[in-house]
Design a binder for this molecule. Structure first.
Ligand code: SF4
Length: 690
């Protein structure tokens, strides 16, 4: 028995499914996963996980894994050696760079990949190709929240830790469904609410699980959040409840800000949002009476034409009420992917080097030029959206995409697909032959997190180490190795042999990560940025100053942009969408977990009892939804979680006829170009009534 036991390996990893950042041990024998065992030492989750972390790993050994590079020959893909594939890509990139210039090439990184991989990817784009056209998928989700935080409080991250949320007097959740999207974080909130009397308010179109438990659930009209947030901010000021000393000592722009709120009276807000004045006063009073308020928000706020402004209104409200820089208070944009925070932190963004150093800042640029030994481009590059539009405009000729199924997850995918067809070179690096891979010229086989060393940053800015559980399957390789080898093929001289060396370089170039090192991150240890050179980290931000030259936060005036969708006679229903507990994103990984897929094999459409009665349909009815951009077919679940003419489509699928992004438009947030996934009008045709 001891022989047998000795062949069992236990390796610590960090979950690859959401931004909560649970860590646990993976017990393996050969390539078989015996179990997932969380340990008390895990800083975020202790002994908890959710269903995805516990059962969602079959995909790693799936027969569908890519194990060899593929090169397109006509309509077919043929297997190639790494040497052939990298030579092909390198020649083609050199040719296109020579012909059209470096800015004709675009790079999209992955928030499923490690910090080290994101770092090396942006280094490749900037120092080998010499373009700032590099972005990641936060463009599809939390870029508006990041921008709002940068312009008000100066750091784009959660104000405190998940533990801290549990110590707040009041938690407000806006436009998010954390019980399904961030399950282990939500158990902390549920416990604090149930056992310690923490107050809970949920503002959402849908009566989701947390809304059912909340002291107050408000259901505003779609896309009207900025209005009620500004109205309760004004009401709080009118009552004299603002945090006077805090505002005086630590915040700029108060008087102009108060002026800008004039039109946001409760009467106006009642008209626009459909919320009653009483309910808005109730929420304002809850904030006033609470010992610390945390506001959690996600895609229901950000994926709108005014996503950045609404996120800014949240920060303004927290500033006016003094809810920054103290425990149990602050702003918590909930990060979706496991490493969406880290992908941004480590520089896969068109305007920022690692550690949020602007590419336009001459001093920052000089630092990277010196370290990398080449001159770097001065202007910000294209973001994801601009790259796709750039293809149509003839500006982008080649794209390199890793770990992202853009042909499923971008909005208005019929439009995006037709862009990919125009590229002269399209490289897709992934663990599966994704839908996007069908458009590629070269497909490179990468490794998933269990086959990698590296680090992730979770939603609370916590950097954690993951260790390699398995060797890469077949000829697949970790993403950092692929990029290193390609860079060397193109004349760089990168001799990284381990991700720890990449982190050491990133830390030496970014004051924000100065004291981050693999020695300090050993085992269950973690560090929450910013990290001082001596390794001291920062679980709670803004205790003494905000990271602006004068140390003060800024109130920013914002105005409401009405949503793009108003019901018409043809497109008469509002369609919302979001995640399921059991599945992740387009489902490329979770649909390969047998237990999970057995339980939840398909997406569904939630229809209110009123609408079901009006249209004479029942549970299981098959309907076709159409928007001006495309159509999907899906079965119906009748539930009072939704109301009236508002529908809710679970978004986790890449099955072509069911994918929500057949319906979404190309409209986007004005400031960050995040698609307005949540503003959609559709019509519903009934194919089967039950
Ligand atoms: Fe993984 Fe998130 Fe579930 Fe934790 S809560 S186990 S990080 S999916």
């Amino acid at each position: 028995a001891s022989m047998r036991k000795s062949r069992i390996k236990r390796t610590k990893t960090v979950c690859t499914y959401c931004g909560v950042g649970c860590s646990f041990e993976v017990w393996t024998k050969g390539r078989k996963i015996l179990k997932i065992e969380p340990q008390v030492e895990a800083p975020v989750n202790g002994i908890s996980t959710c269903v995805k972390g516990k059962w969602g790993w079959d995909f790693v050994n799936s027969e569908e894994r890519l194990t060899k590079p593929l090169i397109r020959k006509g309509d077919k893909f043929v297997e190639a050696s790494w040497e052939e594939a990298l030579t092909f890509i390198s020649n083609k990139l050199n040719e296109l760079k020579g012909k059209y210039g470096p800015d004709s090439i675009g790079f999209i990184a992955s928030s499923k990949c490690t910090n080290e991989e994101n770092y090396i990817f942006q280094k490749f784009a900037r120092s080998v190709i010499r373009t700032n056209n590099v972005d990641n998928c936060s463009r599809y989700c939390q870029s508006p929240a990041s921008m709002a935080l940068m312009r008000t409080v100066g750091y784009s991250g959660d104000s405190g830790t998940i533990q801290d949320i549990a110590s707040a007097g009041l938690v407000i959740v806006v436009g998010a469904n954390p019980a399904e999207s961030h399950p282990v974080l939500t158990t902390r909130v549920k416990r604090a609410h149930k056992l310690f009397g923490q107050k809970l308010a949920v503002v959402d179109l849908r009566k989701n699980e947390l809304a059912q438990k909340a002291n107050l659930h408000l259901h505003p009209k779609p896309g009207s959040d900025l209005v009620w947030i500004s109205a309760i901010t004004k009401y709080i000021i009118d009552q004299g409840w603002e945090a006077k000393e805090f505002l005086e000592a630590r915040v700029n722009g108060y008087d102009e800000f108060v002026q800008s709120l004039q039109k946001y009276t409760l009467d106006y807000a009642e008209k626009v949002t459909g919320l009653s004045k009483e309910d808005m006063i109730k929420l304002a009073t809850m904030i006033h009476e609470a010992d610390g308020t945390c506001i959690l928000w996600a895609m229901g706020v950000t994926q709108h034409v005014g996503g950045t402004d609404t996120s800014t209104a949240i920060c303004n409200l927290l500033l006016v009420t003094g809810n920054f820089g103290r425990p149990g208070a602050g702003a918590y944009p909930l990060r979706g992917h496991n490493n969406v925070q880290g992908a941004c932190d480590f520089g896969t963004m068109p305007a920022w080097y690692p550690g949020y150093q602007p590419v336009q800042d001459a001093k920052a640029r000089a630092r990277f030029e010196e370290a990398w030994g080449v001159p770097l481009p001065k202007d910000p590059g294209f973001n994801n959206h601009q790259m796709v539009e750039g293809i149509f405009e003839g500006k982008i000729k080649a794209m390199y995409l890793f770990g992202e199924d853009m042909a499923v997850i971008d909005s208005n995918i019929n439009h995006v697909d037709s862009a990919f067809e125009k590229l002269e070179l399209f490289v897709v690096q992934d663990i599966f032959f994704s839908k996007t891979a069908h458009f590629a010229d070269v497909v490179l086989p990468a490794s998933p997190s269990l086959e990698k060393d590296g680090t992730f940053v979770n939603t609370e800015r916590r950097i954690q180490r993951l260790y390699k559980v398995f060797e890469p399957l077949g000829e697949s390789k970790p993403d950092w190795m692929i990029i290193r080898d390609l860079a060397n093929k193109m004349g760089a001289n990168w001799n990284y042999t381990h991700p720890g060396e990449i982190m050491a370089e990133a830390a030496s170039l970014s004051p924000m990560f100065a004291g981050v090192s693999y020695e300090r991150l050993e085992g269950w240890n973690s560090q929450i940025w910013p990290v001082q050179p001596d390794g001291k980290d920062t679980p709670l931000l803004f205790t003494e100053r905000f990271p602006f030259p004068d140390g003060k936060a800024r109130l920013i005036k914002v105005d409401w942009t009405p949503p793009m969708f108003e019901p018409t006679q043809e497109f008469d229903l509002h369609l919302n969408n979001g995640r399921l507990l059991e599945h992740f994103h387009e489902g490329n990984m979770t649909y390969k977990a047998k237990g999970i897929t057995h339980k939840v094999p398909n997406p569904w459409l939630e229809v209110s009892p009123e609408l079901a009665e009006e249209r004479d349909i029942r549970n299981g009815a098959l309907v076709r939804l159409s928007s001006p951009y495309g159509e999907v077919e899906v079965r119906v679940l009748v539930t009072d979680r939704v109301k009236g003419n508002e529908l809710y489509l679970t978004m986790n699928t890449s099955k072509d006829k069911k994918s929500v992004n057949r319906l979404t438009s190309s409209y986007h947030d004005k400031l960050t170009h995040t698609p307005n996934y949540k503003e959609m009008g559709v019509k519903m045709d009934i194919l089967e009534r039950e």
